[in-house]
Design a protein around this ligand. Structure first.
Ligand SMILES: [Zn+2]
Length: 444
């Protein structure tokens, strides 16, 4: 179960999303609409064309996830075979890993799988497949059901695997199979009810719409509408949510640019002096352990308390335990920065505590990046967005929305085969479409 604060936050996000949708009616289609989108970050997976800029190329590199053990399909088949309260539990062997196949978009949701040759240094193109749908084909007179493929950006999958390994929080997704279950349940839990598509007349689902809209920033209607010639729009609106999230150039110096000077100390509080003395007397490994508790799912409070020396906060930043999305800071750049700061500011220290607190705060005003108090490269902001999306995932976090027919969704229920962490549920429960309250689910 999610902590109360998480649920409150999701409710708040839903409200934001609703208001955004109302405003969204004023704008023209977003750049990802009608395109195949990454199941993790929600932005477009682009076909590789010569017109793309170097900054966009990472969005052409896709991975197709698929389950060789077809766990979802077996559970679905079993469920349909007998929707009885006392139906036997189905034990499925899922010994094989979820497959990851590199691929490139050909058009819409059709991709070509790419495999490395034996030396691993050249690409060999393989078969063409459709993503995010069930289908089969005839092969040598036999009907073969193809794997269900879910497409993501290769970079987003790498971020996801890092989150699964390094997140210090109690998150639901810790392995690739659980990630697969999250995505698989979002796409389709019943043949009749497909995921919503941002363009309703497109035959297959192109993009999942989460209640918080994937933290996609709101763009004012005039910037995306026909009020400006298209070239002008592109120059004016920086789509940081489409920036490469992995290797961000000048990352360390850009983060350090946010450092301000520590204000002159007021009269020392005796209890604080005493705490600091006792803390510094601890062996380094115990100090590190104490500092590891600073990691907070909702971010640290923004107010500094001055209990720890500034160099400890600098260490907290560099170790990356509390800010695991920032583990690639360059220590040499930090050392040079400190030397320069010393020459320029004398004994006035940088406020490392304030910087760490700001960096820890959730999603950095992602709804309004331009007014964020943190000035960070777009790639890092996008990495933070994707990181947050992974940390919030759980199996069954989104029940499907009826796409084609407009009927009240209140009475529609769908089966759920796994609990939030991906354990098989027995017996299968059915949840109401559109309901966020899993406890009010009804038995099959
Ligand atoms: Zn992505």
């Amino acid at each position: 179960m999610f902590p109360r604060s998480g649920r409150e936050k999701r409710d708040k996000e839903t409200t934001k999303s609703r208001s955004k949708n109302v405003l969204g009616n004023m704008s023209s289609p977003a750049p990802y609409e009608g395109k195949l989108c990454c199941a993790i970050c929600g932005d477009a997976i682009l076909p590789p064309t010569p017109e793309l800029s170097s900054a966009e190329r990472w969005q052409t590199e896709a991975v197709l996830l698929s389950d060789p053990d077809r766990e979802f399909e077996h559970l679905e088949e079993h469920y349909r075979g007998g929707k009885k309260r006392d139906a036997k539990r189905l034990d499925i062997s899922t010994a094989r890993e979820i497959r990851k196949d590199r691929a490139r978009v050909i058009e819409k949701d059709r991709l070509r799988i790419i495999a490395a040759n034996q030396d691993g240094d050249a690409d060999m193109e393989q078969e063409e497949v459709d993503s995010n749908r069930s289908y089969g084909r005839e092969e040598n007179g036999e009907w073969v059901v193809t794997p269900y493929y879910i497409a993501t950006h290769e970079a987003c999958l790498e971020v996801a695997e890092t989150v699964m390994r390094r997140s210090p929080h109690d998150i639901a997704v810790r392995d690739l199979r659980t990630l697969w279950k999250v995505l698989r349940m979002r796409f389709k839990v019943d043949d009749m009810y497909l995921m919503s598509s941002s363009i309703e007349f497109v035959a297959s689902p192109q993009r999942i719409q989460l209640p918080h809209s994937y933290y996609m920033p709101f763009r004012f209607a005039p910037m995306l509408s026909g009020s400006f010639p298209s070239g002008e729009i592109d120059r004016k609106v920086e789509r940081w949510e489409a920036a490469y999230p992995l290797h961000v150039s000048d990352l360390t110096s850009a983060v350090l640019e946010n450092l301000s000077s520590l204000p002159p100390a007021t009269a020392a509080i005796p209890q604080a002096v005493s705490f600091q003395k006792r803390f510094l007397a601890l062996p380094p490994e115990l100090r590190d352990h104490v500092c590891s508790f600073l990691a907070s799912r909702n971010g640290m409070p923004g107010t500094c308390n001055g209990l720890l020396p500034q160099w400890i906060w600098r260490e907290v930043l560099l170790r990356g335990e509390c800010l695991p999305f920032l583990r690639d800071l360059d220590v040499a750049v930090v050392r040079d920065f400190c030397a320069r700061w010393g020459r320029e500011h004398g004994s006035q220290e940088p406020n490392w505590e304030l910087l760490v607190r700001k960096l820890s705060q959730e999603a950095w005003s992602i709804w309004d990046a331009e007014s964020s108090s943190l000035k960070v490269p777009s790639g890092l902001r996008n990495r933070r967005r994707i990181w947050q999306l992974i940390e919030e995932m759980y199996v069954g976090d989104l029940v499907p929305v009826k796409r084609m027919m407009r009927v009240s969704s209140d009475h529609v229920v769908v089966p759920r085969y796994w609990d939030e962490r991906g354990e098989v549920m027995h017996p299968v429960v059915r949840v109401q479409v559109g309901s966020r309250d899993k406890l009010r689910s009804v038995m099959a």
